[in-house]
Design a protein around this ligand. Structure first.
Ligand code: PLP
Length: 418
């Protein structure tokens, strides 16, 4: 096509119109990059932006047993293609890990995905029609929107917190009923425990209330409830029997789990994960498995074989599994200390934030997140402005730096308070 002075970019671009104005740089990685540049230039900067657990002394925290097991995988097996849906032993081990001793494990199928991200991708592609919207809380992990948009779906939200700071069951109920009336089907995404970005973990009464509402609405149309438990091992004691609570959705709805080793095995780069789907009806389960396998073939074909083989061993060999648990306990303690210091200092500094019992992030509410974050950057502290709040990655903040972060948050808020 020849371009004329009056032709628009979309007339001339080789890209389709939808792809024309995509933001090329993830805002979190952009802030992270800026903080790193200042650090390299010799400035004393706290970088509380990125969602990976860092040792107090700086390097990425890893589990040595994961490193060793990955390195010991037979290179010839690792070099071969994995089965499209994933190694059967891996999938069995993942289902057992996700559901523990609960009978739901006998009513579940799974496929391998590159991390929880891949699992969420498959859920959106298979449980929502193009043009429909998934339902999640008003604070949510930004890639939900990217994944939905990329798949030509959308995101709708319900107000996450009630007046007491608990999970807003009433808002969820209204949104669920309204979506069911409009769409005739619903895909719910709940990230618990240790919700990103707020740090909030749902308690048993809140989980049961959600399950009960799903059970009621599933009589009107299909519902898939996806639990994004990327931070599963970092929840406080209240995260308890989440499987038993959500299993109360009944026989009509599907319970999905976006399972991933990124945080729970401190292994972000291997891209090992799975979408687990439980349903009471064997014929429906087999259709779900086929649909998910088809999506694997139609996207990434198959996943990282080396990672899958190593994680299978770590899940199934009792001695290695025990070592994972021991080594993970050290990481949980590392993070818990930062959470403890934050919870001690933040209320005294007048910060307002949701119930926070543990997790990689916490959000502090502010009327002007951009201005507050800008003031904090002047003080050498990097956090991520999100909707109506600042996301603080305590996972990336040494315990000794938490008081400085709290002080910078106080100054960031003071800068925007009338
Ligand atoms: N869900 C949430 C809320 C996350 O924060 C993340 C990672 O940051 C993921 C899912 C998925 O991560 P991955 O694809 O590495 O498993």
């Amino acid at each position: 096509m020849t371009s004329t002075p009056s032709s628009t970019v979309s007339d001339r671009s080789v890209l389709i119109p939808d792809a024309l104005d995509r933001p090329g740089d993830d805002p979190i990685f952009a802030l992270h990059g800026e903080a790193q540049r200042r650090q390299l230039a010799g400035e004393d900067v706290v970088n509380a932006t990125i969602g990976a657990l860092i040792e107090d002394e700086g390097p990425l925290a890893i589990l040595p047993i994961v490193r060793d097991t990955l390195a010991a995988v037979d290179p010839v097996r690792a070099a071969a293609y994995a089965p499209i849906a994933g190694e059967p032993d891996f999938l069995r081990a993942v289902i057992a890990d996700a559901f523990g001793a609960h009978p739901l494990g006998e009513r579940a199928v799974a496929v391998a995905t590159p991390g929880g991200t891949g699992a969420i991708h498959h859920a959106i592609a298979n449980f929502l029609e193009p043009g429909q919207a998934l339902l999640t809380s008003s604070y949510y992990w930004g890639p939900y929107e990217t994944l939905a948009t990329q798949g030509r779906r959308a995101v709708e939200t319900f107000e996450m917190f009630d007046a007491q700071g608990g999970f807003n069951v009433a808002a969820f109920e209204r949104a669920l009923a309204s979506q069911m009336a409009r769409q005739g089907r619903v895909l719910i995404l709940l990230n618990t425990p240790c919700h990103n970005p707020t740090g909030f973990s749902m308690h048993a009464d809140e989980r049961r209330a959600v399950a009960q509402l799903v059970r009621e609405q599933s009589r009107r149309g299909p519902i898939a409830l996806l639990i994004d438990n990327a931070y599963s091992h970092f929840g406080g004691s209240q995260s308890g029997d989440w499987v038993g609570d959500f299993a109360q959705i009944g026989d009509e709805a599907a319970l999905l789990v976006a399972w991933t080793v990124s945080k729970s095995f401190a292994q972000y780069g291997a891209r090992v994960g799975a979408l687990v789907a439980a349903h009471s009806d064997p014929a429906e389960r087999s259709r779900i498995y086929n649909a998910l396998s088809f999506s694997c073939r139609g996207t990434w074909s198959n996943c990282n074989h080396q990672g899958m083989l190593a994680i299978t061993e770590l899940l199934t060999d009792p001695a290695k599994r025990a070592r994972v648990e021991r080594e993970r306990a050290r990481l949980i303690a590392l993070l818990s200390e930062r959470v403890r210091v934050f919870n001690q200092l933040a209320p005294r500094a007048g910060l307002s934030y949701p119930r926070y019992e543990g997790g990689f992030f916490v959000t502090v509410f502010t009327p002007d997140p951009r201005a507050s974050a800008a003031r904090m950057r002047e003080l050498g502290v990097y956090v991520v402005p999100v909707h109506r709040a600042l996301r603080v990655a305590l996972c990336a903040t040494a315990a000794a730096a938490v008081p400085r972060v709290v002080e910078a948050l106080r100054a960031g808020l003071a800068a925007v308070r009338p």
